[in-house]
Design a protein around this ligand. Structure first.
Ligand SMILES: *Cc1c(COP(=O)(O)O)cnc(C)c1O
Length: 395
């Protein structure tokens, strides 16, 4: 497969990177080994010095992890990829490999909660600071740039309000000032959006979400040019937050069905969003695939579909939102997303519960808001499940 870059994404998803062992296994092998043996002392020395290519120790590389990295790079259209223990390890690795004391980040103010914590509370200990700006206002990003700004970090669509950032526009602004643009592509994945083609320098993702797609393992990755990824690899082999071989193997098999899963889940999401918008107890629906979404046109240009996350506000507040959650028998009440099983979350008291009420209001997360990460069940069954609670709210 290597050296044949012309295959289409569907083919790459099931084939890219595979090199069979002498046994000729058809399915990808799982190499559960923490270290590798050498033919002699001289080879060991060459491997350790990097003079000879090859595996040394699984904190550096492992064949199953490498295979996952090659396949994901092929799907993102990237030169290279490095896998990490989780999505947060990917973001931390990206930052610590490319930034140093005194550097500054401009980031969207609607990032994933743990990323906000990382940028606001952990990175400042190393002298790296962040200015948060509006996801949808490129001018605000330009204004926030300082001489020491080294990184733009954005996640689009945002969680849970599905606000869309203009990746190509942010890339232009960043590159004019020699700044790197990193995009967290966990929500769309390469199946629906390819940030590198739009000008991003680095794509980070939580593989825990759609790449696994079945809620089994944690993982993450960063894709980009060889030079940029090499720096992250050097950081990781020392810092140790590398992906386990077992998780890489699970994720590798997840990649094979990523596109058909996401397409089917997104098709379900459009139907559910359209239905929700018609319900008298629903005040507002947030879904980029609906014409009513403020950035619907941008989403159409930038993404292959609206994705599978649908958020909506019920008429009322926390009590009404909780009524809908508590009457679900099918939808899983959980904070996770990206699963084939549909999940429902009340962001104000869970994923965004640690924000101050003021910060939550600034982020537009109302007590009446619910987030549904749509899975593969029949839409009619999802509707019936939500309807049970909605029926108890006065329209
Ligand atoms: C879940 C998530 C993360 C963090 O990933 P983990 O695998 O949980 O560490 C980062 N960004 C986004 C958008 C996520 O949804």
């Amino acid at each position: 497969m290597s050296g044949q870059p012309n295959y289409r994404p569907e083919t790459l998803a099931v084939r890219a990177g595979q090199e069979r062992s002498p046994f000729g296994e058809h399915s990808e092998a799982l190499y559960l080994t923490s270290s590798f043996v050498f033919e002699n002392a001289a080879q060991a020395a060459r491997r350790f010095s990097g003079e000879e290519e090859g595996h040394v120790y699984a904190r550096f590389t492992n064949p199953t992890v490498t295979l996952f990295e090659e396949r994901l790079a092929a799907l993102e259209g990237a030169e290279d990829c490095v896998a990490t223990a989780s999505g947060m390890a990917a973001i931390m690795g990206l930052c610590l490999a490319h930034l140093q004391q005194g550097d500054h980040i401009v980031a969207s103010n609607s990032l994933f909660g743990a990323t906000v914590q990382l940028f606001s509370n952990i990175l400042p200990r190393t002298g790296i600071t962040t200015t948060f700006v509006a996801q949808t206002d490129p001018a605000a990003w330009a204004t926030a740039i300082r001489p020491e700004t080294k990184l733009f970090f954005v996640e689009t669509p945002s969680n849970p309000l599905t606000e869309i950032a203009d990746i190509a526009r942010l890339a232009e602004i960043a590159h004019a000032r020699g700044i790197l643009l990193a995009v967290d592509n966990s929500f769309c994945t390469s199946a629906l959006q390819r940030p590198l083609e739009l000008g991003a320098d680095l794509v980070a993702c939580s593989a825990t979400k759609y790449l696994d797609g079945q809620g089994r393992v944690l993982g993450g990755a960063v894709c980009g040019s060889k030079t940029l990824i090499e720096e992250i690899f050097k950081y990781l082999r020392t810092a140790g937050s590398t992906l386990s071989a077992f998780n890489a193997w699970v994720l590798l098999k997840g990649l094979e069905t990523l596109k058909i899963r996401l397409e089917a889940q997104a098709a379900n999401a459009v139907r559910l969003a359209t239905w929700l918008a018609e319900q008298p107890q629903v005040a507002r629906v947030f879904y980029p695939g609906l014409a009513s979404h403020p950035q619907h046109e941008l989403a159409r240009r930038q993404q292959r579909s609206g994705g599978a996350i649908v958020s909506f506000e019920v008429k009322g507040g926390r009590a009404e939102a909780w009524t809908v959650v508590d009457h679900c028998r099918l939808l899983s009440i959980t904070g996770n997303l990206g699963d084939t099983k549909t999940t429902i979350t009340h962001p104000a008291t869970t994923t965004h519960g640690r924000l101050t009420p003021e910060a939550r209001a600034a982020a537009g997360i109302d007590e009446s808001l619910l987030r549904v990460a749509v899975g593969l069940e029949a839409v009619e069954d999802l509707q019936a499940d939500l309807e049970r609670g909605l029926a108890l709210i006065g329209g």
